[in-house]
Design a protein around this ligand. Structure first.
Ligand SMILES: [Zn+2]
Length: 266
């Protein structure tokens, strides 16, 4: 009950933060437990994951890619989501809230074990643009530390809650070496708790190289994921992490990105 209570408190805090997608679930979530492989620190190389290490052979320069991102977790439904992603061999990026990492560390380890990217979404889902330099630094540092402590993974990306940033936040992000990843597609899944509506918005709004914003704390969003995966796969999309999306396109810490175009970042 304590865990649920804390989660509900956070839910109240984060309402008003997102976008959405929806779908009917026609694919059963696998029941098999996720095998947690040994953690490899900073695998394979933070610079390479940020896109600094690659050249003309970048995967998403050759095939249609989309980066599905899930914010504000982990929470109970994250485990079900991981099963869905595995079924479609889809990789995603989880912008986790530090407090939730402390609450559900096993889920963060399962995200890592599934080959997904873990990224920083602040400690308390604060509006970073309203904080002092020290406040922004603490929100980012505590979350970086919690992710490493519980999963061995070092995040190389930041998404400020609500997409709310300013020159001060950008400067702090730069000092941590973190680019700010915003989004190109927002299905408003936090507001409209309809799986079919959320799925339809993602399917109609997503183009090649887009970053898509969703929230794995909402059951309706997770329910929408099989339809989204099915629909985008039918259009030839591959589901990659944000760092994979930008492979070959160096990301500058402190700068904002919404997706990858044929010629680079935007
Ligand atoms: Zn959020």
């Amino acid at each position: 009950m304590k865990r649920l209570g804390a989660a509900l408190v956070l839910l109240a805090v984060v309402s008003g933060c997102g976008d959405g997608t929806g779908a009917d679930t026609t694919v059963a979530a696998p029941e098999a437990p996720v095998a947690v492989r040994p953690m490899v620190f900073n695998e394979p190389d933070p610079d390479a994951r940020r896109g600094l290490g690659s050249s003309g052979t970048a995967y998403c320069a050759r095939v249609k890619c989309v980066a599905l991102t899930f914010d504000d977790g982990p929470m109970e439904d994250t485990e079900r989501l991981l099963g869905m992603l595995a079924q479609y061999n889809a990789k995603a990026t989880f912008f986790v809230v530090g407090r939730m990492v402390e609450e559900f560390p096993d889920l963060v380890r399962k995200e890592v074990a599934g080959g997904h990217e873990i990224a920083n979404h602040s400690w308390s889902h604060a509006n970073l643009a309203g904080l002092s330099d020290a406040g922004v630094r603490a929100e980012i540092q505590k979350t970086q530390d919690a992710i490493v402590r519980h999963s061995g993974y070092r995040s190389v990306l930041l998404r400020p809650p609500y997409g709310s940033s300013n020159a001060r936040v950008a400067a702090v992000a730069r000092s941590f070496g973190l680019p700010e990843i915003i989004w190109a597609v927002d299905p408003l899944d936090w507001r409209d708790r309809s799986s079919s509506l959320v799925a339809r918005r993602v399917l109609s709004g997503t183009g090649n190289g887009d970053v898509v914003l969703m929230h794995d704390i909402h059951r309706t969003t997770v329910d929408a994921v099989p339809r989204i995966l099915e629909g985008l796969a039918a259009k030839g999309y591959r589901f990659v992490t944000v760092s994979k999306l930008f492979e070959g396109t160096p990301l500058t810490p402190g700068e904002q990105y919404r997706g990858r175009t044929a010629t680079g970042a935007r």
